[in-house]
Design a binder for this molecule. Structure first.
Ligand SMILES: [Zn+2]
Length: 232
């Protein structure tokens, strides 16, 4: 994977070679083209989920019966329903509707600064930042808001930043079959800024290039310079 992870302002750059080597072809299309909820896996009831939160409140030393906490298990489960709604949404459906009238447009389309919040799969703590997505259409283009919706679907699941980056690129590749896709994500991980090494402001960058972006370094650097060009 064309991942460059630069952890800025941290003492040591972090690299994860095993994840960095993952390629789109190795992603199971079922994992990024369908809703992620599996019918064959029994789902606990809402009451059971709330009971689990009650247990956690006890575990941290709280009294879950005190007034301020009585409704907390319900609120937490409701928040989970929202934060993890991506498991019930189908990425391919979002990209379903394409438009053929491109008037001979033959350059890439870049959508920059797509804000997202996701949850890291190691700590279930938020990481948030911006995604930048470019693709070079072949005949068909997709509505611009759809790439933001696609980002949200994958972000509203437990993720690693590397996996999120690869899934977005793979879904666009698979559904739109463009000449190439470039995805760059920059994010701050709260599991690193408020716990662990507790470094605020460290930004992790991941990127993924397919097709013409992977094969043509000039296109890669054009993408990167447009992503980095100053805000208007
Ligand atoms: Zn984490």
């Amino acid at each position: 994977m064309d991942t460059l992870i630069k952890t800025l302002r941290a003492n040591k750059p972090e690299t994860k070679p095993s994840e960095a080597n993952a390629r789109a072809a190795e992603l199971d299309p079922a994992e990024f083209l369908a809703a992620a909820v599996r019918a064959d896996r029994p789902r606990p009831s809402r009451a059971e989920a709330e009971a689990a939160v009650y247990t956690l409140l006890n575990y941290i030393g709280e009294d879950p019966t005190r007034e301020g906490l009585v409704d907390t298990p319900r609120r937490v489960v409701e928040a989970y329903d929202e934060l993890y709604q991506g498991y019930h949404q189908c990425p391919a459906e979002v990209l379903d509707r394409t438009f053929g009238e491109t008037a001979g447009y033959d350059d890439f389309v870049l959508i920059r600064d797509i804000e997202f919040t996701s949850q890291c799969e190691h700590h279930m703590m938020p990481f948030y930042g911006k995604a930048h997505i470019a693709y070079t259409p072949v005949e068909r283009v997709v509505g611009l808001s759809k790439l933001a919706r696609l980002t949200d679907i994958f972000a509203r699941r437990l993720q690693t930043q590397e996996h999120l980056t690869a899934q977005i690129a793979a879904a666009i590749d698979e559904v739109l079959k463009p000449r190439g896709v470039a995805v760059m994500i920059e994010a701050e991980h709260t599991c690193m800024s408020v716990r662990g090494v507790a470094k605020h402001g460290a930004v992790t960058f991941t990127s993924r290039f397919t097709g013409m972006f992977r094969d043509n370094p000039a296109e890669q650097s054009r993408f990167l310079s447009m992503v980095r060009s100053p805000q208007r």
